[in-house]
Design a protein around this ligand. Structure first.
Ligand code: MTE
Ligand code: LUZ
Ligand code: MOS
Length: 756
């Protein structure tokens, strides 16, 4: 079944923030943001802006009625700079005007007097200065210190992973409409309606029951709108509160790129110890996260980096330490994988390093160390592992050795074109690592014409969650999907939502929907039992809009049954709650069972590098992926393809460049390269893992949103292998592996051997 939005998308009829019909008298906001990365803010001169054409009002920090604070986890993020500026792009003032043009023109007339302070952009420098967002976090398993003494081989090195711009097609934005009695309705392009509601309440001083947040859908979020949609909603809300008129702000692309945070870059040190037989005995890793100027979601991102620091491997002795370092960059934030990919890259680098030195294929070390049933992750959870099965089933189908041999043979006869192959196993934990976030609610109404309306806190952002939730309702009620309608996430219908994130939206909201539908169905069954004279409600089933008695179709239609139930005063609505059972985590001991389940998979990535020009093509990504049992292959395969391409983009071409002054140099699509149709792999093959295992996913259909991104990490190592097939060199474990880096590694005069 196709995504239920596909028709309206193709016709251009889907409604995004910018398509919402505006109310007469709507004003437009525009932000004036800090031109420098760090400094004392002495004065803001807004006079020329205030008298500029069409301007209604200019707002600065002192005008806020509520608190000047939007930090969700740690209160360290003012909405508008007051005493200091902490990054280039930090909002300082809001111009409100009768048109977008007037607002933007006036914002350019604002000037500020800032005493510059030294900006810090390097996380290791911040850590050395003791400038941490939270105290260091640590995972410990076994005894690394003693284990290293028993290792036959020990290697250490350093890695650097780059940031990544979310580049959702729809930029950030919001539309705030004042309502009766000082309330506010906010349309927001957010993954977290409740996060927006909370932040708006804080800056306006309103209570949560006065603020309604409504989200129809997003033109992509990828984590960038889990927390960072809040600022723009707050800006519109504050402006609406002060002008008593509706206010809209949709960011231009360059504003969005300049003012919002991205994937966290990390700088890391590793030490890996192996036995003679290539078993990894010990792994020590220190991770420096570049958090940017305020906490945002950096602490939980840091935690997930630790959770995934051993990827799909079982390592008996692990010490992992992570620092969240405050720098003068825009606050970095959630991005598909949420710190997991950054942790995985380091251990994959450590393995590649060991393989290179030992003269074996990295895949040999990978295969030997895959985590098994019952093995313990460094955080205490015991694995129910499909690391080996996904490797073995993938190998049976795609024949890794044969692909490697083809590459070797090609390389033997090709002078400048070289092929590289790499394996990339992935293991990703599903659940918010903060246990209380793993809950959701669903409100289901069956109307007297038999149609069904479902509301949940899930936000549709292209990932197909609405399609899956509709399938759940259709499945429980035995109705065609057309009879189900999924309504926008709205804080008046569904309260206290977790953001749509952690790949868990379909699981959490789908399960809540299943519970709601089942509750309604059990009441209707009672009526049906009477009407078709069945022995008991257990004999009643529903298929294709008809009532079945002991498996036999009756003449009773769903619609008549629903109407009859209503006439008998049966409740046709339900608001159900789901909370993932069996999960917990204790940061005191850094142990627990944080994940409902893990998603496993193994990809093999093949590339061809032109060693004269540095250019490369991704020939294939073939993966065996653990869907559990997919409830929608079209949606899920789309998630895998998109995730892989996004992961390859991160690893190979997307280069977020800040200069040492903290100015974003890659601030437009002319300077920031993202994958286009020509850079996607020539082949993406997906083999569903065969498994009988049960899991806690909705209808056994495992979460799929984030895990495939990490297959893209294989592209880095495949390119590295191709480069090494051309000439002896030992490229740094620095990403992205751009064509320039290929050439610098092959022809550069300086040694690139940073990891010895
Ligand atoms: N797919 C599309 N098309 N657009 C998106 O913004 N976000 C990803 C993933 N796939 C995203 C996407 C991220 S970061 C997450 S966490 C999941 O979708 C969230 O949705 P889910 O929980 O329904 O999988
Ligand atoms: N968001 C969050 C996430 O708040 N907690 C998580 O564990 C998480 N994981 C992945 C993506 N977003
Ligand atoms: Mo996704 S990073 O959990 O929004």
């Amino acid at each position: 079944m196709k995504n239920i939005d596909s028709n309206s998308h193709v016709r251009g009829e889907s409604v995004y923030l910018d398509d919402i019909p505006l109310i007469q008298g709507t004003l437009y906001a525009c932000v004036f943001d800090s031109p420098i990365a760090h400094g004392k803010l002495h004065s803001i001169n807004v006079r020329d802006a205030e008298t500029s054409d069409g301007v209604i009002r200019v707002i600065t920090a002192k005008d806020l009625i509520g608190e000047n604070q939007i930090g969700g986890i740690i209160p360290d993020e003012p909405l508008l700079a007051d005493a200091e500026v902490h990054f280039q792009g930090m909002p300082i003032a809001i111009v409100v005007a009768i048109s977008e043009d007037f607002a933007r023109k006036a914002a350019k007339k604002i000037t500020v007097d800032i005493d510059p302070l030294e900006p810090v952009t390097d996380p290791r420098v911040a850590a050395a200065n003791g400038d941490l967002i939270v105290p260091p976090k640590k995972f410990k398993l076994g005894d690394t210190e003693n284990a290293f003494k028993t290792c036959a081989h020990v290697f250490q090195g350093k890695t650097e992973t780059n940031g990544q711009e979310h580049l959702y097609i729809e930029t950030q934005g919001a539309y705030a409409v004042p309502t009766e009695n000082g309330g506010m309705k906010i349309y927001s392009s957010t993954q977290g309606p409740t996060a927006v509601q909370r932040a708006v309440c804080r800056v306006t001083g309103l209570a949560m029951h006065q603020v309604e947040v409504d989200v129809q859908r997003l033109g992509g979020g990828f984590g960038g709108k889990e927390d960072q949609a809040n600022a723009w909603a707050c800006i519109c809300a504050v402006a609406a509160q002060l002008t008593k008129r509706p206010v809209k702000y949709a960011l231009h692309r360059m504003e969005d790129m300049r003012m919002t945070g991205k994937r966290h870059p990390y700088s890391s040190d590793y030490k890996i110890g192996l036995a003679k037989d290539l078993k990894i005995l010990a792994y020590e890793v220190t991770l420096y996260q570049n958090a940017g100027a305020s906490a945002d979601l950096s602490p939980p991102v840091l935690e997930r980096t630790l959770f995934h620091c051993t990827n799909s491997y079982h390592v008996p002795n692990v010490t992992a330490t992570a620092y969240s370092c405050r720098t003068n960059l825009p606050p970095n934030t959630a991005f598909r994988g949420f710190g997991g990919p950054q942790g995985m890259f380091v251990i994959e680098s450590a393995i590649a390093h060991a393989a290179e030195k030992l003269g074996v294929s990295a895949s040999e070390i990978q295969r030997k160390n895959l985590i098994d049933d019952g093995d313990e992750f460094p955080y205490g959870q015991k694995a129910e592992s499909d690391a080996v099965t996904s490797w073995v089933q993938g190998d049976e189908k795609y024949n890794f050795a044969k692909l490697q041999k083809e590459a070797d043979e090609f390389n033997a006869s090709s002078r400048y074109l070289k092929k590289g192959v790499a394996m990339m196993p992935v293991c990703f934990g599903i659940s918010f690592t903060k246990t209380p976030m793993n809950q959701a609610r669903s409100l289901v109404h069956v109307y007297t014409d038999g149609s069904v309306a479902v509301s949940t806190g899930a936000v549709e952002m292209g990932q197909g969650v609405n399609t899956k939730i509709a399938q759940v309702a259709a499945n429980v009620f035995g109705l065609p999907i057309e009879r189900i309608r999924i309504h926008p996430a709205n804080t008046l219908r569904i309260a206290n939502t977790s953001p749509t994130a952690a790949s868990a939206a379909a699981d959490l909201n789908g399960k809540a929907t299943q519970l709601a539908c089942e509750a309604i169905l059990s009441r209707i069954k009672e009526v049906a039992t009477e009407l078709v004279e069945a022995g008991s409600p257990e004999d009643i089933t529903f298929t294709d809009g008809f009532v079945f008695r002991s498996g036999e179709k009756t003449g009773l239609e769903w619609q008549s049954l629903v109407l009859e139930s209503h006439l008998r005063r049966v409740n046709l609505s339900e608001h159900a709650h789901y909370a993932t059972p069996g999960i917990n985590f204790d940061w005191e001991t850094a142990k627990g069972h944080p994940f409902a389940y893990h998603v496993y998979g193994t990809a093999i990535v093949g590339v061809t590098v032109d060693c004269l020009r540095g250019r490369y093509e991704i020939d294939y990504v073939k993966c065996c992926h653990d869907f559990g049992s997919s409830m929608n292959t079209s949606v899920d395969n789309g998630q895998i393809e998109g995730g892989i391409v996004q992961g390859i983009g991160w690893m190979t071409m997307e280069e977020v460049v800040y200069d040492t002054d903290g100015k974003l140099r890659s601030s437009a699509l002319s300077t920031y390269k993202v994958p286009d149709i020509y850079s996607v792999p020539k082949e993406i093959a997906i083999l569903p893992l065969e498994t009988d295992r049960q899991n806690l996913a909705i209808f056994n259909s495992k979460a799929v949103g984030e895990p495939p991104l990490m297959y893209g990490i294989g592209a880095y190592f495949a390119i590295r292998n191709a480069v090494r097939a051309f000439t002896y060199c030992s490229p740094d474990f620095n990403t992205p592996f751009t064509p320039e880096r290929v050439l610098m590694n092959i022809y550069g005069t300086q040694t690139t051997d940073g990891h010895r």
